[in-house]
Design a protein around this ligand. Structure first.
Ligand code: GCO
Length: 450
C-alpha cells in the first residue's frame, strides 16, 4: 500500500497559452508567444496557440470533467495580457471576469485553485520581445501580481509566481528555442536575474493583499547523472546542475548565485560585465521567504563528458521502450532523489510536485476508448517515487499531473500529447484516456493499492 498523507492535493496542471485559445478576444493583449508562434519555422508543425483546446469557451465543461474524475486541485495559469493588455496600467475587466468565473466554478466543485502568474505570456507592449532583459519588467510583473491577488485573493490562497525560470530565461534567450528566440548568454543571464527579482517582488505584493496565502515558485528540475564513471563526466554533471538547478534555487533560498558557476560563466566569457545586473538589495528580495517550492520534473539529464551543456543529449544508454514520445528517459528515481535533495539541501517548508507526466501518441479507438497503459505505468512509478520520498521525511503536500488536456506543446506544437484527456482538435471533443480513470481511482483511495 502506498497511502499518502491526509489532505494531499491530487491535482492536474495546465497553462493558459497552451489551452485557452481566444487570443484576440475580449480585449486580450499580445504576448511574446503569440508573436513567436506566428513566425514561420519557430513551431515544428507550423501551429500556434490561437485556438488550442478552446478552453476559454469550454472551461465550464472541462471543470465538470475534472470534478467527475475527483480532481482535488487545479493548477492553471493566468494570462498576463488578458488581465493587463499593456503589461501594466489599465486592467481589462473581461479578463478578470473570465478568471473569476473559472475560480468560482472550481470552488463550487470543491477543487482548489492553484494559479501560476507567469507561464511565459509576457506582454509585448512592455518592451517588445526582449522584455525580460529590462529590469523594469520585474516591477511590471509585481504590479500584475498585485492586481491578481487583489481581484482573486478572497478565494484563492495558493499562488505560484513563476513557472520554470530556466525555460523562461535560458531556453528562450540563450538557446533561442522558446519565445523570444534569442541566442545570447549575457542577455539570458540578465533575463534570469530579472525573472528571479520579479519573483521576490511578486511574493511581497501577494503577501500584502493576502496575508494567509501560500506562495512559491515552480522551477524545473532535470537532475544530472554522470554518463560514465569518469572525472570529466562528473564535472559535466556538476556544471549542468549549476546551470539548470542551482543558478535558480540557490538565490531563491538566500544563497546568492553559486560561486563555481559565476567562475565558469566568467571564464567562458558569458559575463563580460560580471554580475552588473545585480543591484543592492536584489538578492534579499529574491530570497523573500516562501511557503513552498514547486517541482516540475519529467526526466533526468545524462551528462556526457564530451557534450558539456548539451540540452538534449540523446539518451542512447536506454532501450527505446524506456523513452516517451519526447525521447525523454523514464527515470522515476530522479524524482525521489530530487525531492530528497531539495528537502535536505534547502529545507523548504513544503514541496508540491507541480508537474510530472509524459507524452504518448495514443488515439481513441472506434468506441472512443484511449488505451494509454504506458502513461499509467509512468505515473504509477513516479507516484511511488514520491511516496518513497515522503518516507524519507520530505514534506510533500501534493502531486499535479501534467497535463489535464492534450495541448499546444510550445515549439513542438500539437505533435505531442501529454494529457490524461485526449483532445480531438477538429471537433474539440474530449476523451478521457484510461489514465484519467486510473488517476480517479488513485485519488479515491489516496494512493496506490500496491
Ligand atoms: C512547463 C512545461 C509545460 C510543458 C510540459 C511538457 O513549463 O510547465 O514546459 O508547459 O508542456 O513541461 O514539456
Amino acid at each position: 500500500m502506498y497511502t499518502f498523507p491526509e489532505n494531499f492535493q491530487w491535482g492536474v496542471s495546465t497553462s493558459a497559452y497552451q489551452i485557452e485559445g481566444a487570443v484576440n478576444e475580449d480585449g486580450r493583449g499580445e504576448s511574446i508567444w503569440d508573436r513567436f508562434a506566428h513566425i514561420p519555422g519557430k513551431v515544428s508543425d507550423g501551429s500556434t496557440g490561437d485556438v488550442a483546446c478552446d478552453h476559454y469557451h469550454r472551461y465550464a465543461e472541462d471543470i465538470d470533467l475534472m470534478a467527475e474524475l475527483g480532481i482535488k486541485a487545479y493548477r492553471f495559469s493566468i494570462s498576463w495580457p488578458r488581465i493587463l493588455p499593456n503589461g501594466r496600467g489599465e486592467v481589462n475587466q473581461a479578463g478578470i471576469d473570465y478568471y473569476n468565473d473559472l475560480i468560482n466554478k472550481l470552488l463550487e466543485k470543491g477543487i482548489t485553485p492553484f494559479p501560476t502568474l507567469y507561464h511565459w505570456e509576457l506582454p509585448v507592449a512592455l518592451h517588445g520581445m526582449e522584455g525580460w532583459t529590462q529590469r523594469d519588467t520585474a516591477y511590471a510583473f509585481a504590479e500584475f501580481a498585485a492586481v491578481c491577488s487583489a481581484a482573486f485573493g478572497d478565494r484563492v490562497k495558493h499562488w505560484i509566481t513563476h513557472n520554470e525560470p530556466w525555460c523562461a530565461s535560458m531556453l528562450s534567450h540563450q538557446l533561442g528555442m522558446h519565445a523570444p528566440g534569442i541566442r545570447d548568454w549575457t542577455k539570458a543571464l540578465t533575463a534570469a536575474h530579472h525573472i528571479l527579482l520579479s519573483h521576490g517582488l511578486a511574493v511581497q505584493a501577494i503577501r500584502k493583499n493576502i496575508p494567509d496565502a501560500e506562495i512559491g515558485a515552480a522551477p524545473n528540475f532535470e537532475p544530472a547523472y554522470p554518463a560514465t564513471d569518469t572525472h570529466a563526466a562528473r564535472e559535466a554533471a556538476r556544471i549542468w546542475d549549476g546551470y539548470y538547478i542551482r543558478w535558480f534555487n540557490d538565490p531563491l533560498f538566500g544563497r546568492g548565485y553559486p560561486a563555481d558557476m559565476v567562475h565558469f560563466y566568467k571564464e567562458e566569457g558569458y559575463l563580460p560585465y560580471g554580475l552588473n545586473f545585480v543591484l543592492d538589495g536584489d538578492m534579499e528580495t529574491i530570497a523573500e521567504p516562501c511557503d513552498f517550492v514547486g517541482i516540475n520534473l519529467y526526466t533526468r539529464h545524462y551528462a556526457k563528458e564530451d557534450e558539456l551543456l548539451d540540452v538534449f543529449p540523446f539518451p542512447d544508454h536506454v532501450p527505446l521502450e524506456e523513452l516517451t514520445a519526447m525521447n525523454w528517459e523514464i527515470y522515476p528515481q530522479a524524482l525521489q532523489d530530487t525531492l530528497c535533495r531539495i528537502w535536505f539541501e534547502y529545507r523548504p517548508k513544503k514541496i508540491y510536485i507541480t508537474e510530472n507526466g509524459c507524452s504518448y501518441l495514443d488515439h481513441p479507438d472506434e468506441s472512443g476508448r484511449v488505451d494509454d497503459q504506458r502513461r499509467v505505468s509512468y505515473l504509477e512509478k513516479h507516484i511511488k517515487a514520491a511516496h518513497n520520498a515522503i518516507a524519507c521525511g520530505v514534506p510533500l503536500a501534493g502531486y499535479f499531473q501534467w497535463s489535464f488536456l492534450d495541448n499546444f506543446e510550445w515549439g513542438l506544437g500539437y505533435t505531442q500529447r501529454f494529457g490524461i484527456v485526449y483532445v480531438d482538435y477538429e471537433t474539440q471533443q474530449r476523451y478521457p484516456k484510461d489514465s484519467a480513470f486510473w488517476y480517479r481511482d488513485v485519488i479515491g483511495r489516496n494512493g496506490l493499492a500496491e
